[in-house]
Design a protein around this ligand. Structure first.
Ligand code: FES
Length: 72
């Protein structure tokens, strides 16, 4: 993958996996430190370490299923 490319994978009932050199910024405009090139962003809203996924989504159901996005 070239240096500037970013790939985002929507995991069924889980986080958004972001691969690549990205900068994550909070709603206050401050950069959130992240030393990793692959991060998992919570989209279920239940993580205790937002914006990162902490695996709590595994305890709940129905975050989303990218394959069924046309069913709504
Ligand atoms: S998506 Fe994993 S804790 Fe929210």
């Amino acid at each position: 993958m070239p240096e500037r490319d970013v790939q985002i994978t929507a995991c069924a009932d889980g986080p958004l996996l972001v691969r690549g050199a990205v900068q994550v910024v909070g709603e206050d405009g401050q950069t959130i430190d992240n030393p990793r090139r692959t991060v998992a962003l919570c989209r279920c809203g239940s993580s205790a370490i937002k914006p990162w996924c902490d695996g709590t989504h595994k305890l709940i159901r129905g975050v989303s299923d990218p394959a069924s996005s046309t069913s709504r």
